[in-house]
Design a protein around this ligand. Structure first.
Ligand SMILES: NC(=O)c1ccc[n+]([C@@H]2O[C@H](COP(=O)([O-])OP(=O)(O)OC[C@H]3O[C@@H](n4cnc5c(N)ncnc54)[C@H](OP(=O)(O)O)[C@@H]3O)[C@@H](O)[C@H]2O)c1
Length: 299
C-alpha cells in the first residue's frame, strides 16, 4: 500500500517504523525534517511538505500534536488535503476534538476522499512494542481498507461506528479517566510522604491489593519514584486533552466537575514550568501544594 505519513514525534516515529516494517511504501513528512533520520536504516522517502507526502498516497496517516497542528498540515499552505487523490483515505491518529474530526470528514467527503479517526491508547513504549489499542471510527469500508495498516500498528482495533467524532470522544473520555487516576494517586502519595511513609509501602497496597491494573501499576511506580523525565506523554498535552474533554462536554451540556479541577491542576503544573515533564507529574503539583519539594535533578 502507498502510505503518506505526517508527524514523526514520540508516537509517530515508532508507528511509522511498524508501517515500514510491514512492507508498505511510505513517504514521510515532519516539520523538523531531521526526525526522519531516526527511521534509518529503513528507507522512507522524505517529503518537503505535507502536500508532497499526500500526493501519491492511497492512505495518509497523520500523528501530529493537536487540533492546530492538524489544521496546519491538512489545510494550511502546502496542506495535504488539497493534494490527496480522490478515493484516498486520511487516517487521523492525533488526540483531537470531535468537532475538528467531523469538520475534516466533511472536507474530505467534499473532495471525494474518505476520513477515518483512529486515536490510540498507549504510550511511546507501547507504540514501540506494537501494543497500542486503536479506536477507529468512520465509514466501514474505509476502515476495512486501512485494516492492514492499523493491524501493523498495534495489538488491536476497536471499531466505534461510522461517525469519526465517536472515536475522539472515547479517546478523550479514556484520557480523562487516566488523568483522574493520576490526580488521585498524586494526592494520596503526597499525603503518605507527609507522614514519612515510604511511597513504596503505599504502592504495594495499591498494586497488590486495591487496584490491580497496568494503569495503577505503571503510573503508581512513576509517581512513587517521582520519575517524570523523560516524558512519555507531556504534561502540557495532558492539559490539552482535559481541555478537549471539557470542550466536548460543554457542547452537549455534560458537566464534568472533576475534569474542571484536573484542568486547573494541569494549568498549575504548566505555570510552574513543568509543561514538558510527563503528565504523571500532576502528582508533583499535589506534592508541591503539600510543601514537598521535587528531588534535585542530577547534574
Ligand atoms: N505520547 C503519548 O503517550 C500519546 C499517547 C496517545 C496519544 N497521543 C497523542 O498523539 C499525538 C502526538 O503526540 P506525541 O507524544 O507524539 O507528540 P510529540 O512527540 O510532541 O510530537 C508532536 C508532532 O507534531 C508535530 N507538530 C506539532 N505542531 C505542528 C505544526 N504546527 N505543524 C506541523 N507539525 C507539527 C511535531 O513536529 P516537530 O517534530 O517539528 O516538532 C511532531 O511531529 C498527540 O495528539 C497526543 O495527544 C500521545
Amino acid at each position: 500500500m502507498k502510505v503518506g505519513f505526517i508527524g514523526l514525534g514520540s508516537m509517530g516515529l515508532p508507528i511509522a517504523r511498524h508501517v515500514l516494517q510491514a512492507g508498505h511504501t511510505v513517504v514521510v513528512y515532519n516539520r523538523t525534517r531531521s526526525r526522519a533520520d531516526a527511521l534509518k536504516p529503513l528507507p522512507p522517502a522524505v517529503a518537503d511538505s505535507p502536500a508532497a507526502a499526500a500526493r501519491s498516497a492511497e492512505v495518509l496517516v497523520t500523528m501530529v500534536a493537536d487540533d492546530a497542528a492538524l489544521e496546519d498540515v491538512m489545510l494550511g499552505a502546502s496542506g495535504a488535503l488539497a493534494a490527496l487523490a480522490r478515493g484516498a483515505i486520511h487516517v487521523s491518529m492525533s488526540t483531537i476534538s470531535p468537532k475538528l474530526s467531523r469538520a475534516l470528514a466533511e472536507r474530505h467527503r467534499a473532495a471525494g476522499q474518505e476520513y477515518v479517526a483512529a486515536p490510540v491508547f498507549g504510550r511511546p513504549e507501547a507504540a514501540e512494542a506494537k501494543k497500542l489499542w486503536v479506536v477507529a471510527a468512520g465509514p466501514a469500508p474505509a476502515i476495512e481498507r486501512c485494516r492492514p495498516l492499523l493491524d501493523a500498528m498495534g495489538q488491536g482495533v476497536i471499531v466505534a461506528g461510522d461517525d469519526p467524532g465517536r472515536a475522539n470522544v472515547i479517546k478523550l473520555a479514556g484520557n480523562f479517566l487516566l488523568a483522574a487516576a493520576i490526580e488521585a494517586m498524586g494526592e494520596a502519595f503526597a499525603l503518605v510522604r507527609k507522614y514519612d511513609v515510604a511511597p513504596a509501602d503505599l504502592l504495594e497496597i495499591v498494586n497488590g491489593r486495591l487496584f490491580r491494573s497496568p494503569i495503577y501499576e505503571n503510573y503508581g511506580k512513576l509517581i512513587a519514584e517521582e520519575r517524570y523525565e523523560p516524558a512519555g506523554f507531556k504534561l502540557r498535552y495532558g492539559l490539552k486533552d482535559v481541555r478537549l474533554a471539557l470542550g466536548a462536554a460543554d457542547d452537549v451540556a455534560a458537566p464534568m466537575p472533576l475534569a474542571s479541577l484536573i484542568r486547573d491542576r494541569y494549568l498549575s503544573g504548566v505555570a510552574r514550568g513543568w509543561g514538558d515533564i510527563d503528565w504523571a507529574g500532576l502528582a508533583r503539583v499535589a506534592a508541591a501544594d503539600a510543601g514537598l519539594s521535587p528531588p534535585r535533578s542530577p547534574g
